[in-house]
Design a protein around this ligand. Structure first.
Ligand code: SF4
Length: 67
C-alpha cells in the first residue's frame, strides 16, 4: 500500500466517523440546558419508554428522534 493510498483511506475513515457521530453531537448540542437541568420526574419521555431511569439511560442512543 502506498503512502498516498493509506492517507486517503485514513481520511475517508475519519470523515465517516465524523459523519456518523454528527447526529448524536447535534442532538446533544441542541438540547436546551434547562431540559438537562430538570429533575428526572419532569422529563418528557417517548411513548413506551422504560420506567427505570438507569435502564432508560442505558438503552437510549441519543438519536434525538423523540424530541
Ligand atoms: S433519543 Fe432516540 S433512543 Fe433516546 S429516547 Fe429518544 S428516540 Fe429513544
Amino acid at each position: 500500500m502506498t503512502r498516498r493510498r493509506f492517507l486517503k483511506k485514513a481520511a475517508v475513515g475519519t470523515g465517516m466517523l465524523v459523519a456518523a457521530s454528527l447526529p448524536y453531537g447535534l442532538a446533544r448540542l441542541m438540547t436546551p440546558r434547562e431540559a438537562l437541568a430538570q429533575p428526572a420526574w419532569r422529563r418528557l419521555r417517548p411513548p413506551g419508554a422504560l420506567k427505570d431511569e438507569a435502564a432508560f439511560n442505558a438503552a437510549c442512543i441519543g438519536c434525538g428522534l423523540c424530541g
